[in-house]
Ligand binder design. Structure first.
Ligand code: MN
Length: 527
């Protein structure tokens, strides 16, 4: 381990020294001088990651002074009282590491990793209550006896870490109300963020959340105008359940808040690949979608403790400091109860907010653009990607347009996705100049379509696959196979909250296979 002195000057020095950030998908530390004096009353994050490296272990990490204190626990933490588990202190990790799941390539820590548990921790006394500010934690570390309380989904209650020499510690759980004799973790261990096991991550499978089950849905239907709903182990307070949020159309029924809550709770597994461990912007319509809505970018007042929160280390004026991160059906139901109709995830993850994992193309029709013309533009994108050998997937927006999502490698920057999308859009537009306007303002477009490549930026978003859209009849944005562009029955708003689950049952989700595809974008500026 680096000396305490050098850690004092750059707490991430040792972490950097051990890693090659051109090769590993792990977060690269960023400067967070603004966080160096974190107030002792702020909630401190903890994370326990199941890491299959040379030997399987659990990495226990506790937020302190803008970093994560870390111990590798070979047999993992336990709630069994009196059981001592060896714990080896390792280098401090950046805060972003608390959101990291993935496969670390050959080299330091090579192996697969999931966020097995996450929550908050408090420094404690023997009796468990929180006592402290940062200097109290400093002293306990120096004395080699760190008492703390964990508040996680799986780990909870009073723990003690006792130093036995150099970097060797012992981890113990107290005999408190959370203690369970003979306790063992679930097998296989599963991520609280993505629902994945280590095997799933190793195999490149996308996140998957359990949907609300039949009994839970029956309970939702049986609720009155308001009540509390038990779903997936969480309690969600629901209000105004029979209020119409989305008007119907001639052949599509109006959508109540109850129906919106039910949709998101059922569609959770479809949304998981696109939302897990990502900050989101929520488009809320508390007065219904025929009235103006507003963007909710920060965690709203009164959100339950179990809603996961992510602090943006580089918020901008239009962004927010603390974002919601969904982790399953209950969190989606909570948002739906806030009349969040549309969910727009970031193209980057909480672990690596400065690096996108998708490059986005937005075929945005103008007032006089026909559906046939939208299809012409989408087919030109299809041809361009085929020509370049780039994998991408189209989705109908649920409105009038089509989006194309292209997965990018962990090395790709926003500058690269922005440049690639701009160059490709130009090329497509030059083939059909009569269909496309390059004017930014809608009123200057002369009714023509816009190929909007500007959504490739850190705080920019498009509606998620399987997000409901704020339009009459509650259409849903749905990924499609490229061949479906030639299906005469395709429409941008073909599927609604009532038909999308059946659509996916019969046709699957062609975009899910692209999650995490490691592809570098060609530099079109040189060709
Ligand atoms: Mn480890």
């Amino acid at each position: 381990m680096a000396s305490r002195e050098s850690q004092h000057h750059d707490p991430m020095a040792r972490y950097r020294e051990l890693r090659d950030f051109a090769a590993t998908p792990e977060p690269e530390p960023i400067e967070r001088s603004d966080r160096s004096g974190t107030n002792g009353s702020a909630r401190r994050a903890f994370v326990a990651q199941s890491h299959r490296a040379r030997a399987r272990h659990v990495d226990l990490r506790l937020e302190h002074r803008g970093a994560l204190l870390s111990w590798a626990v070979p047999k993992g933490p336990t709630l069994a009282p009196g059981v001592r588990r060896r714990a080896v202190r390792t280098e401090d990790h950046p805060l972003a590491y608390a959101w990291f799941e993935g496969v670390i390539p050959s080299g330091y820590g090579a192996g697969d990793m999931i966020v097995w548990d996450a929550g908050h921790w408090l420094p404690g006394t023997e009796r468990g209550e929180s006592i402290g500010d940062d200097t109290v934690i400093d002293r306990m570390l120096e004395e080699g006896r760190l008492r703390f309380v964990l508040q996680g989904d799986k780990l909870a209650g009073r723990f003690t870490l006792v130093r036995t020499g150099d970097d060797q510690w012992l981890l113990m759980h107290a005999r408190d109300e959370h203690a369970v004799d003979g306790w063992a973790p679930e097998d296989p261990m599963v991520s609280v963020l993505s629902g994945r096991s280590n095997d799933d991550v190793r195999a490149g499978r996308p996140a998957s959340w359990a949907p609300a089950d039949a009994a839970e849905l029956a309970a939702l239907l049986a609720l009155g105008e308001r009540g509390t709903w038990e779903v997936q182990g969480r309690t969600v307070s629901l209000t105004n359940l029979d209020k119409v949020l989305i008007p119907g159309t001639e052949d599509r029924p109006a959508t109540t808040k109850r129906a919106l809550v039910a949709y998101y709770a059922i569609a959770a597994p479809l949304l998981a690949p696109y939302l897990a461990a990502r900050p989101v912007n929520l488009h809320r319509f508390p007065d219904g979608t025929d009235r103006p809505g507003f963007w909710q970018r920060s965690v709203p007042q009164g959100a339950p403790d179990w809603i996961r929160r992510w602090d943006d280390p580089a918020p901008n004026r239009r962004s927010a400091h603390t974002h919601v991160v969904f982790d399953g059906a209950a969190s989606l139901a909570w948002a739906a109860n806030l009349a969040c109709v549309e969910i727009h995830p970031w193209t980057s993850t909480a672990a690596r907010p400065a690096l996108p994992s998708w490059c986005l193309f937005d075929i945005d029709p103008g007032t006089s653009t026909t559906w046939e013309e939208v299809l012409v533009l989408a087919r030109l994108h299809r041809a361009a990607f085929a020509h370049l050998g780039i994998e991408g997937c189209a989705k109908v927006t649920g409105g009038r347009g089509i989006h194309v999502w292209v997965p990018v490698s962990t090395r790709t920057t926003f500058d690269a996705t922005q440049a690639f999308a701009a160059a490709l859009s130009r090329t497509v537009g030059e083939v059909v100049p009569e269909l496309v306007s390059w004017n930014w303002a809608k009123r200057d477009r002369g009714g023509l379509a816009r190929l909007d490549h500007t959504q490739n930026g850190r705080h920019k978003t498009l509606a998620a696959p399987f997000s409901v859209r704020a339009r009459p009849g509650a259409p849903v944005s749905v990924p499609i196979g490229w061949h479906e562009l030639d299906d005469p029955s395709l429409r941008a708003d073909r599927w609604t909250i009532h038909t999308v689950v059946e659509r996916v049952r019969d046709h699957g989700d062609p975009m899910a296979a692209l999650v995490g595809v490691d592809q570098d974008l060609p530099d079109l500026r040189r060709s």
